[in-house]
Design a binder for this molecule. Structure first.
Ligand SMILES: O=C(O)C(=O)CO
Length: 357
């Protein structure tokens, strides 16, 4: 299994047919010197094609996209590898890096988020880390806008009513929601994705964009004419509040009772970043007591969120199964970028997108 995926196609067939034993053993010798890579998921075809055609690595992968590789298997498979490609479901921590051992030089995650990686442990071991920002910005921004409109205009409730007989006569206030025109949109964490969301929302006649971050980001903010405010002001002023920050110790559960209590009863909360930035008990309370109007979540803790979770009982909470970057184009681009980062890293060259550790 370690070799077949790196053999050029015509040779691969010869190997399969076993036409010449000499060739097979030569090839095997050649391949045994190639860096070994483990891939924790059946990643989209673009990335696999790049790796296969590079002739630069021999790789093995967990050949499923439906279930993550079991931890025990992963700890076995990473033993002695030179490179590792992972997705966001794998915890890359001291235990895993110890299991991999000193050969591991490059980790390439097919994600923009890196909260599943223990950066300190990676740094300590001198392991370089590639990730996949930028290529998913459009897809995530599109989905965020879709989720925002779905939540604010109550589309899930509306289709349910239409399908199940709740649609009586046209009623004056039935299924009313909140519109973007003349609204204030708040962005928590102004980066590429926050800007892309604002650019898409601006044509809906948003009155004002505000943002908060660890510090003002005037260059970025000028693109969307956004005003820097404190977190308190963001909570108080936003009609729509979009979470666009990374999950870090500083942002963990930053959306909590205190924040929700400052928001307007008519506000909509949208999270397409990481579930961990929200205290879900506090969110449940804010939604069920009418402290805020509604929430749209693409991310939760845990994932998947158990179907018995109280948030699923609320009509004013729309929950998606972490699909913000799920377009064919984007997922293939992420896969290709992860593959290229890995190959560059293994060659000792600059990666296209490398995390500064
Ligand atoms: O890339 C990531 O971090 C994701 O969450 C995928 O949407």
């Amino acid at each position: 299994m370690w070799c077949s995926r790196v053999v050029p196609r015509q040779l691969w067939w010869i190997k399969q047919l076993n036409l010449t034993g000499a060739l097979t053993s030569n090839m095997q010798r050649e391949m045994s010197t190639l860096p070994r890579v483990y891939i924790t998921r059946q990643i989209p075809p673009e990335g696999l094609k790049i790796l296969r055609e590079s002739g630069q690595v021999q790789f093995e992968l967990w050949d499923s996209d439906d279930v993550p590789v079991p931890r025990k298997e992963l700890l076995q498979k990473v033993k002695g590898v030179d490179g590792l490609v992972c997705v966001l479901t794998e915890k890359i921590d001291a235990e895993l890096l110890d299991a991999a051992g000193p050969n591991l030089k490059v980790l390439s995650t097919m994600s923009v988020g890196f909260d599943h990686l223990s950066l300190e442990e990676l740094k300590k071991r001198g392991i370089r880390v590639g990730y996949t920002p930028d290529v998913l910005t459009d897809s995530v921004a599109e989905l965020t806008v879709a989720l925002l409109l779905t939540t604010s205009r109550r589309l899930i409730e509306a289709t349910h009513e239409a399908k199940t007989g709740g649609w009586g006569t046209w009623r004056t206030l039935w299924l009313c929601g909140y519109e973007l025109a003349n609204s204030t949109v708040g962005i928590f964490g102004l980066g590429r994705i926050g800007i892309a969301i604002a650019e898409r929302l601006a044509p809906f006649k948003v009155k004002k964009f505000i943002y908060t971050d660890v510090a003002p980001r005037p260059e970025l903010a000028s693109i969307i004419n956004a005003e820097y405010v404190s977190m308190d002001e963001l909570a108080k002023q936003s009609d729509f509040l979009a979470m666009c920050c990374a999950l870090t110790p500083e942002t963990k559960e930053i959306c909590n009772k205190d924040m929700f209590s400052k928001m307007k009863n008519t506000s909509i909360f949208i999270n397409t970043s990481r579930g961990g930035v929200v205290n879900q008990e506090d969110l449940y309370e804010a939604l069920s007591t009418g402290q805020i109007a509604a929430a749209g979540l693409d991310v939760t803790v845990p994932e998947p969120l158990p179907t018995s979770h109280p948030l699923f009982t609320l009509k004013n909470c729309v929950i998606l199964p972490h699909i913000a970057s799920a377009s064919y184009t984007t997922r293939n681009a992420m896969s290709a970028l992860a593959a290229n980062n890995l190959l560059l890293g293994l060659r000792g060259e600059s990666m296209i997108k490398e995390l500064k550790l």
